[in-house]
Design a protein around this ligand. Structure first.
Ligand code: ADP
Ligand code: MG
Ligand code: MG
Length: 245
């Protein structure tokens, strides 16, 4: 589904990603771990098409298509989802209305008409019930005064509604409490299936107590220095990262 080949990326002429190779198949969950500053967030930003980073070498291929020339929105429409794509507070625009707009924008990009209102309501009902999100939350203003857990709930709701092929969750927030981690983990576990894949980026082993990854990769200084199964996360918890440098 997703193939990353010899990916090099820079910001302001400083090379951050130094030859990343990664293959993610449908149905798989990959965890990317590594110390602060390793390049984890840069990798997720580059996959999503963030234009602050320059890809200097290598390829990112989704379902056989090279994403190089695609803008972030086009990548999103092709099924790439990055958490915190929409971190803005929008007073007066509810979680639901924001989502309706996002869905219809995505349909428009594919040449489709707006989703009929009844179908939209059904989709919202189905996804919010699956994720145990209550109606009150759906009518709140987007991100306005959201707690860490509510931000996560909103993110997972967006993921459920947009039904991406590949979801990248960059758990950058060191302040995430156990409830927020559970919201993310439960959401991922409910939403993953044989046709999608998830990349979870974290430097906390804790999250992987709830989301069981098929593969764990350690990123250090812009390169994947070790790959293993879920047991690697436990080993990292115990030994830290220094032995891999
Ligand atoms: P991680 O998510 O693994 O903690 P990042 O991808 O955030 O690491 O950062 C990797 C390196 O890239 C760090 O040295 C960071 O300072 C640098 N970096 C990231 N984004 C920028 C930017 N916009 N401008 C300059 N340097 C950046
Ligand atoms: Mg960091
Ligand atoms: Mg980061």
């Amino acid at each position: 589904m997703l193939q990353i080949k010899n990916l090099h990326a820079s910001v302001e002429d400083k090379e951050i990603l130094k030859g990343i190779n990664l293959e993610v198949k449908a149905g798989e969950v990959h965890a990317i771990m590594g110390p602060n500053g390793a390049g984890k967030s840069t990798l997720s930003a580059v996959i999503a098409g963030n234009e602050n980073f320059e890809v200097t070498e290598g390829e990112i291929i989704l379902d056989g298509e090279d994403l190089a020339d695609l803008a972030p929105e086009e990548r999103a429409h092709k099924g790439v989802f990055l958490s915190f794509q929409y971190p803005v507070e929008i007073p007066g625009v509810s979680v639901t209305n924001f989502m309706k707009t996002a869905i219809n924008e995505s349909r428009k990009a594919k040449g489709l008409e707006d989703m009929p209102a009844s179908e939209m309501l059904k989709l919202i009902k189905e996804k919010s019930e699956l994720l145990e999100i209550d109606r009150k939350f759906l009518s709140r203003s987007l991100n306005e005064g959201f707690s860490g857990g509510e931000k996560k709930r909103n993110e997972i709701f967006q993921m459920a509604m947009l039904d991406p092929k590949i979801a990248i969750l960059d758990e950058t927030d060191s302040g995430l409490d156990i409830d927020a981690l559970r919201i993310v983990a439960n959401g991922v576990n409910k939403l993953k299936n044989e046709n999608n894949a998830v990349i979870v980026i974290t430097h906390y082993q804790r999250l992987l107590d709830y989301i069981v990854p098929d593969f764990v990769h350690v990123l250090h200084d812009g390169k994947i220095v070790k790959t293993g199964g879920k047991e690697l996360a436990l080993e990292l918890e115990e030994k830290g990262y220094d032995w891999l440098k």
